[in-house]
Design a protein around this ligand. Structure first.
Ligand code: GDP
Ligand code: MG
Length: 163
């Protein structure tokens, strides 16, 4: 079995963009509309000779606050359950959101190895923008730009070390 990595986060943080970059496909629908990708989506990523299965998730479509895990499609929970590692994506431009806190609480509770990634960080000069994400209690935060490819390879290397 190949190691499985699930991309998780609230709508519009850039999960499908990262999925496409990691898997080098255009299979996942990248849209300017939050929550368009509604199904779990599998692809493979390569780092040297190592291969990984990557799952794009489109859950968490309901952007209202509270009880998020009752509202979200069970497919995201299933993807998390299937994964050896979760890449939990945040939007550095939007900042920390209530939904991020809820996802973090769930990931802490189940104790799944999690890599925190702050996306849309292209052109970001000041790492102080990342400081609020440490409140999530999931350790180190890595700045990337899925759209521009910055930090993406590093994230895959970190993921490999954690697997
Ligand atoms: P998802 O809902 O989490 O799957 O997010 P998408 O991958 O569909 O991206 C949502 C929006 O964010 C789209 O308009 C993307 O073009 C944009 N986006 C994704 N990654 C980046 C990035 O690294 N930088 C910027 N500025 N925008 C991004
Ligand atoms: Mg998507």
């Amino acid at each position: 079995m190949l190691p499985v990595i699930a991309l998780v986060g609230r709508p519009n943080v850039g999960k499908s963009t990262l999925f496409n970059r990691l898997t080098r496909t255009r299979d996942a629908i990248v849209a300017d509309f939050a929550g368009l990708t509604r199904d779990r989506h599998y692809g493979t990523a390569k780092l040297g000779k190592r291969q990984f299965i990557v799952i794009d998730t489109g859950g968490l479509e309901d952007s209202s606050e509270g009880a998020i895990f009752q509202k979200m499609a069970g497919q995201t929970l299933q993807a998390i359950a299937e994964a050896d590692l979760v890449i939990f994506m945040l939007d550095v431009r939007a900042g920390l959101a209530g939904q991020d806190q809820e996802i973090a609480r769930y990931l802490r509770k189940i104790g799944k190895p999690t890599l925190l990634v702050a996306n849309k960080a292209e052109g970001m000069k000041d790492s102080a923008q990342l400081s609020e994400f440490y409140e999530l209690g999931l350790g180190e935060v890595y700045a990337i730009s899925a759209a521009h490819g910055q930090g993406v390879r590093d994230v895959l290397e970190l993921a490999q070390e954690m697997l």
